[in-house]
Write a protein that binds this ligand. Sequence first.
Ligand SMILES: [Zn+2]
Length: 205
Amino acid sequence: MQGYIIKVSKARDEDVIVTILAQNNLYTLYRFYGARHSQINLGFKIDFEVESSAKVSMSRLRKVMHLSMPCLLDRSRLFVWQQFTGLFYKHLQDTEELDSFYFQLLEDASNIWKTQSPKRIAIEAYVKLLKFEGRLHTSMNCFFCEEDIHQDLTLIRAFLPAHAQCIFAIPLNIDAVKELFDTGSSLFLEDKEIERIWHILLEGF
Ligand SMILES: [Zn+2]
């Protein structure tokens, strides 16, 4: 089976608890001597087996093989990738069965992570996720005062639109945000806007 490691937490001694996002499931598994195995890193894609036992409540992670991901060779790209994959854990941690949409989203993002701007890829992927979950607010009215937004737009968590002046934020280009929401492309957003939107994304899905 294949999946992405979206959370690694310490258990006893050198053991770790690993959460893996696979095609149709979210697995939380116990890994003995996890600290000695370099493959157990946040964001990495692995091939693995699950070993269940009637004696223990948590299944074991076994036969881990690290799958090649070229984007992970570049430290700064790796860091953004790890931040991005960590967001999936916070969003999905209480689920077990998953739609294959989430795995595919990570597959698609990782395939282009090495060659394109990682933060743009992450933002565009997140818009896809919001659309998939029926949570993308394409109508431009303010989350706080509920009035229409004609010009000074900003976004808050979950990319909800708001008046920039309602939360004392620097405005984003409204046409570029509309383009992002309508077509999924971040092309018309400037790099400094991407940086601000990335920080909104880091607040959580
Ligand atoms: Zn407002």
